[in-house]
Design a protein around this ligand. Structure first.
Ligand code: NAD
Length: 250
Protein backbone atom coordinates (compact mmCIF):
# COMPACT_ATOMS: atom_id res chain seq x y z
CA UNK A 1 0.00 0.00 0.00
CA UNK A 2 1.41 3.36 -1.01
CA UNK A 3 1.60 5.96 1.76
CA UNK A 4 -0.55 8.66 0.10
CA UNK A 5 -3.16 6.52 -1.67
CA UNK A 6 -6.44 8.48 -2.13
CA UNK A 7 -4.83 11.76 -1.08
CA UNK A 8 -4.71 15.02 -3.02
CA UNK A 9 -1.68 17.26 -2.48
CA UNK A 10 -0.67 20.74 -3.59
CA UNK A 11 3.01 21.64 -4.01
CA UNK A 12 3.83 25.31 -4.62
CA UNK A 13 7.12 26.09 -6.30
CA UNK A 14 6.69 22.60 -7.73
CA UNK A 15 8.45 23.36 -10.99
CA UNK A 16 12.00 23.12 -9.68
CA UNK A 17 14.35 21.97 -6.92
CA UNK A 18 12.81 20.83 -3.63
CA UNK A 19 9.21 21.35 -4.80
CA UNK A 20 9.70 19.23 -7.93
CA UNK A 21 11.41 16.46 -5.93
CA UNK A 22 8.54 16.46 -3.42
CA UNK A 23 5.85 16.47 -6.13
CA UNK A 24 7.53 13.41 -7.72
CA UNK A 25 7.76 11.63 -4.36
CA UNK A 26 4.15 12.43 -3.38
CA UNK A 27 2.99 11.07 -6.75
CA UNK A 28 5.17 7.95 -6.42
CA UNK A 29 3.43 7.36 -3.06
CA UNK A 30 0.03 7.45 -4.76
CA UNK A 31 -1.12 11.07 -4.25
CA UNK A 32 -2.80 13.03 -7.00
CA UNK A 33 -0.61 16.13 -7.09
CA UNK A 34 -1.33 19.71 -8.07
CA UNK A 35 2.05 20.99 -9.22
CA UNK A 36 1.93 24.77 -9.00
CA UNK A 37 4.54 27.32 -9.97
CA UNK A 38 4.81 30.86 -11.28
CA UNK A 39 6.50 29.39 -14.37
CA UNK A 40 3.95 27.56 -16.46
CA UNK A 41 6.50 25.58 -18.48
CA UNK A 42 8.34 24.24 -15.44
CA UNK A 43 5.24 22.91 -13.68
CA UNK A 44 3.97 21.37 -16.92
CA UNK A 45 7.33 19.61 -17.33
CA UNK A 46 7.13 18.11 -13.81
CA UNK A 47 3.54 17.01 -14.45
CA UNK A 48 4.68 15.31 -17.69
CA UNK A 49 7.45 13.48 -15.80
CA UNK A 50 5.03 12.30 -13.11
CA UNK A 51 2.48 11.15 -15.66
CA UNK A 52 5.16 9.33 -17.68
CA UNK A 53 6.14 7.48 -14.50
CA UNK A 54 2.52 6.33 -14.02
CA UNK A 55 1.48 8.95 -11.46
CA UNK A 56 -1.32 11.51 -11.47
CA UNK A 57 -0.67 15.24 -11.50
CA UNK A 58 -2.12 18.50 -12.81
CA UNK A 59 -0.36 21.82 -13.39
CA UNK A 60 -1.75 25.11 -12.07
CA UNK A 61 0.20 28.29 -12.74
CA UNK A 62 0.03 30.74 -9.83
CA UNK A 63 2.06 33.56 -8.34
CA UNK A 64 1.73 32.81 -4.63
CA UNK A 65 2.67 36.35 -3.61
CA UNK A 66 -0.82 37.32 -4.84
CA UNK A 67 -3.70 36.40 -2.51
CA UNK A 68 -6.26 36.09 -5.31
CA UNK A 69 -4.03 33.67 -7.22
CA UNK A 70 -3.66 31.56 -4.07
CA UNK A 71 -7.43 31.46 -3.67
CA UNK A 72 -7.76 30.49 -7.35
CA UNK A 73 -5.09 27.76 -6.94
CA UNK A 74 -7.02 26.07 -4.13
CA UNK A 75 -10.32 26.52 -6.03
CA UNK A 76 -8.82 24.81 -9.12
CA UNK A 77 -7.55 21.98 -6.93
CA UNK A 78 -11.06 21.35 -5.63
CA UNK A 79 -12.55 21.68 -9.12
CA UNK A 80 -10.05 19.21 -10.55
CA UNK A 81 -9.72 16.61 -7.79
CA UNK A 82 -12.74 17.43 -5.50
CA UNK A 83 -10.67 17.35 -2.30
CA UNK A 84 -7.51 18.65 -0.63
CA UNK A 85 -5.63 16.62 1.99
CA UNK A 86 -2.01 17.81 1.89
CA UNK A 87 -0.24 21.07 1.05
CA UNK A 88 3.47 21.78 0.82
CA UNK A 89 3.83 25.57 0.73
CA UNK A 90 7.33 25.70 -0.67
CA UNK A 91 7.67 28.42 -3.31
CA UNK A 92 10.39 30.91 -2.53
CA UNK A 93 13.18 33.12 -3.79
CA UNK A 94 16.60 34.10 -2.46
CA UNK A 95 15.88 37.80 -2.76
CA UNK A 96 18.13 40.85 -2.77
CA UNK A 97 21.62 40.42 -1.36
CA UNK A 98 22.58 43.54 0.59
CA UNK A 99 23.14 44.64 4.19
CA UNK A 100 20.11 46.21 5.85
CA UNK A 101 21.25 49.82 5.27
CA UNK A 102 21.54 49.25 1.53
CA UNK A 103 18.59 46.96 0.98
CA UNK A 104 15.94 48.49 -1.29
CA UNK A 105 12.37 48.80 -0.04
CA UNK A 106 11.26 46.91 -3.16
CA UNK A 107 13.74 44.09 -2.46
CA UNK A 108 12.51 43.75 1.12
CA UNK A 109 8.84 43.80 0.11
CA UNK A 110 9.39 41.25 -2.67
CA UNK A 111 11.08 38.60 -0.52
CA UNK A 112 8.53 39.06 2.28
CA UNK A 113 5.70 38.76 -0.27
CA UNK A 114 7.02 35.59 -1.94
CA UNK A 115 8.48 33.80 1.10
CA UNK A 116 6.11 34.83 3.93
CA UNK A 117 2.87 36.45 2.72
CA UNK A 118 2.42 33.51 0.33
CA UNK A 119 2.39 31.05 3.23
CA UNK A 120 -0.41 32.99 4.94
CA UNK A 121 -2.41 33.34 1.71
CA UNK A 122 -2.06 29.66 0.78
CA UNK A 123 -2.79 28.40 4.30
CA UNK A 124 -5.87 30.61 4.62
CA UNK A 125 -7.54 28.99 1.60
CA UNK A 126 -6.06 25.51 2.13
CA UNK A 127 -7.43 25.38 5.70
CA UNK A 128 -10.88 26.43 4.48
CA UNK A 129 -10.77 23.62 1.90
CA UNK A 130 -9.47 21.04 4.41
CA UNK A 131 -12.16 21.70 7.01
CA UNK A 132 -14.10 19.87 8.30
CA UNK A 133 -12.40 16.63 7.19
CA UNK A 134 -8.89 17.62 8.32
CA UNK A 135 -5.58 17.69 6.52
CA UNK A 136 -1.94 18.35 6.72
CA UNK A 137 0.28 21.31 5.84
CA UNK A 138 4.06 21.59 5.59
CA UNK A 139 5.54 25.07 5.23
CA UNK A 140 9.00 25.83 3.88
CA UNK A 141 11.26 27.68 6.29
CA UNK A 142 15.07 27.33 6.38
CA UNK A 143 18.01 27.15 8.76
CA UNK A 144 17.80 30.90 8.21
CA UNK A 145 14.49 30.79 10.07
CA UNK A 146 16.54 30.08 13.20
CA UNK A 147 19.69 32.21 12.89
CA UNK A 148 20.87 35.31 11.05
CA UNK A 149 22.82 35.44 7.77
CA UNK A 150 24.59 38.55 6.47
CA UNK A 151 23.10 40.30 3.43
CA UNK A 152 19.86 38.34 3.61
CA UNK A 153 17.74 40.22 6.17
CA UNK A 154 14.49 39.98 4.20
CA UNK A 155 14.96 36.25 3.57
CA UNK A 156 15.91 35.62 7.20
CA UNK A 157 12.95 37.64 8.52
CA UNK A 158 10.54 35.83 6.20
CA UNK A 159 11.82 32.38 7.16
CA UNK A 160 11.66 33.21 10.89
CA UNK A 161 8.09 34.43 10.28
CA UNK A 162 7.13 31.16 8.59
CA UNK A 163 7.92 29.25 11.80
CA UNK A 164 5.80 31.52 14.05
CA UNK A 165 2.96 31.52 11.54
CA UNK A 166 3.06 27.71 11.28
CA UNK A 167 3.10 27.27 15.06
CA UNK A 168 0.15 29.63 15.52
CA UNK A 169 -1.99 27.99 12.84
CA UNK A 170 -1.01 24.57 14.26
CA UNK A 171 -2.45 25.55 17.65
CA UNK A 172 -5.58 27.03 16.08
CA UNK A 173 -6.49 23.96 13.98
CA UNK A 174 -5.08 20.99 15.92
CA UNK A 175 -8.45 20.05 17.39
CA UNK A 176 -10.03 20.16 13.95
CA UNK A 177 -7.64 17.61 12.50
CA UNK A 178 -5.19 19.78 10.61
CA UNK A 179 -1.50 19.30 11.43
CA UNK A 180 0.85 22.12 10.42
CA UNK A 181 4.65 21.92 10.54
CA UNK A 182 7.66 23.75 9.13
CA UNK A 183 10.84 22.36 7.62
CA UNK A 184 14.24 24.01 7.67
CA UNK A 185 16.74 22.83 5.08
CA UNK A 186 20.41 23.74 5.17
CA UNK A 187 21.90 24.81 1.83
CA UNK A 188 20.48 22.51 -0.84
CA UNK A 189 21.99 22.26 -4.31
CA UNK A 190 19.11 23.63 -6.40
CA UNK A 191 18.78 26.41 -9.00
CA UNK A 192 18.03 28.82 -6.12
CA UNK A 193 21.72 28.88 -5.15
CA UNK A 194 22.84 29.71 -8.69
CA UNK A 195 20.12 32.38 -8.92
CA UNK A 196 21.64 33.90 -5.76
CA UNK A 197 24.94 34.18 -7.66
CA UNK A 198 26.73 31.24 -6.03
CA UNK A 199 29.28 29.60 -8.33
CA UNK A 200 30.93 26.24 -7.61
CA UNK A 201 33.67 27.85 -5.50
CA UNK A 202 31.16 29.62 -3.24
CA UNK A 203 29.07 26.44 -3.03
CA UNK A 204 32.16 24.55 -1.81
CA UNK A 205 32.75 27.18 0.88
CA UNK A 206 29.09 27.06 1.94
CA UNK A 207 29.26 23.25 2.03
CA UNK A 208 31.92 23.44 4.76
CA UNK A 209 29.40 25.20 7.06
CA UNK A 210 27.55 21.88 7.24
CA UNK A 211 29.28 19.38 9.59
CA UNK A 212 28.29 16.63 7.13
CA UNK A 213 30.67 18.34 4.66
CA UNK A 214 28.45 18.83 1.62
CA UNK A 215 25.33 20.58 0.36
CA UNK A 216 22.01 18.79 0.68
CA UNK A 217 19.98 17.28 -2.15
CA UNK A 218 16.38 18.19 -2.98
CA UNK A 219 15.39 14.53 -2.50
CA UNK A 220 16.71 14.59 1.08
CA UNK A 221 14.30 17.41 1.93
CA UNK A 222 11.45 15.72 0.05
CA UNK A 223 11.90 12.59 2.21
CA UNK A 224 11.28 14.63 5.38
CA UNK A 225 8.33 16.48 3.85
CA UNK A 226 6.78 13.15 2.81
CA UNK A 227 7.13 11.75 6.32
CA UNK A 228 5.51 14.84 7.86
CA UNK A 229 2.67 14.49 5.32
CA UNK A 230 1.83 10.91 6.32
CA UNK A 231 0.09 9.36 9.30
CA UNK A 232 3.50 8.18 10.50
CA UNK A 233 3.88 11.74 11.82
CA UNK A 234 0.39 11.77 13.37
CA UNK A 235 1.57 13.31 16.68
CA UNK A 236 3.90 15.87 15.05
CA UNK A 237 2.28 19.30 15.06
CA UNK A 238 3.56 22.88 15.28
CA UNK A 239 7.12 21.59 14.92
CA UNK A 240 10.18 22.89 13.10
CA UNK A 241 12.24 20.09 11.58
CA UNK A 242 15.80 20.77 10.44
CA UNK A 243 17.22 18.87 7.48
CA UNK A 244 20.55 20.61 7.43
CA UNK A 245 23.48 18.20 7.74
CA UNK A 246 24.10 19.56 11.24
CA UNK A 247 24.36 23.27 10.23
CA UNK A 248 22.47 24.46 13.32
CA UNK A 249 24.35 22.16 15.68
CA UNK A 250 27.68 23.99 15.45
P1 NAD B 1 14.20 26.59 -6.77
O1 NAD B 1 14.55 27.94 -7.30
O2 NAD B 1 14.75 25.39 -7.44
O3 NAD B 1 12.62 26.43 -6.69
C1 NAD B 1 11.76 27.47 -6.28
C2 NAD B 1 10.52 27.44 -7.14
O4 NAD B 1 9.63 28.46 -6.64
C3 NAD B 1 10.82 27.77 -8.61
O5 NAD B 1 10.24 26.79 -9.45
C4 NAD B 1 10.17 29.13 -8.80
O6 NAD B 1 9.68 29.35 -10.13
C5 NAD B 1 9.06 29.09 -7.78
N1 NAD B 1 8.61 30.44 -7.43
C6 NAD B 1 9.37 31.54 -7.19
N2 NAD B 1 8.57 32.60 -6.94
C7 NAD B 1 7.30 32.15 -7.03
C8 NAD B 1 6.04 32.78 -6.87
N3 NAD B 1 5.93 34.08 -6.60
N4 NAD B 1 4.92 32.02 -7.01
C9 NAD B 1 5.01 30.70 -7.31
N5 NAD B 1 6.19 30.06 -7.48
C10 NAD B 1 7.32 30.78 -7.34
O7 NAD B 1 14.64 26.64 -5.25
P2 NAD B 1 14.55 25.57 -4.05
O8 NAD B 1 15.88 25.55 -3.43
O9 NAD B 1 13.90 24.33 -4.48
O10 NAD B 1 13.60 26.40 -3.07
C11 NAD B 1 12.36 25.94 -2.60
C12 NAD B 1 12.12 26.54 -1.23
O11 NAD B 1 13.11 26.03 -0.34
C13 NAD B 1 12.20 28.06 -1.14
O12 NAD B 1 11.18 28.55 -0.31
C14 NAD B 1 13.56 28.29 -0.50
O13 NAD B 1 13.62 29.50 0.21
C15 NAD B 1 13.64 27.10 0.42
N6 NAD B 1 14.98 26.76 0.86
C16 NAD B 1 15.95 26.51 -0.06
C17 NAD B 1 17.22 26.22 0.38
C18 NAD B 1 18.35 25.97 -0.59
O14 NAD B 1 19.51 26.04 -0.15
N7 NAD B 1 18.11 25.69 -1.84
C19 NAD B 1 17.48 26.17 1.75
C20 NAD B 1 16.46 26.41 2.66
C21 NAD B 1 15.19 26.71 2.19
Amino acid sequence: MKQLENKVAIVTGGGSGIGAATARLYAAEGARVIVSDIHEESCRKVVAEITAAGGQAYAVTADVSDAQQCEALIASTIRHYQQLDIAFNNAGIGGESNPVGDMSIEGWNKVIAVNLNSIFYCMKYEIQAMLPKGGNIVNMSSILGQVGFANAAGYVAAKHGVIGLSQTAAIEYAERGIRINAVGPGFIDTPLLSAAGMDNKVKQQIATLHPIGRLGKAEEVAALVLWLSTEKASFVNGAYYAVDGGYLSR
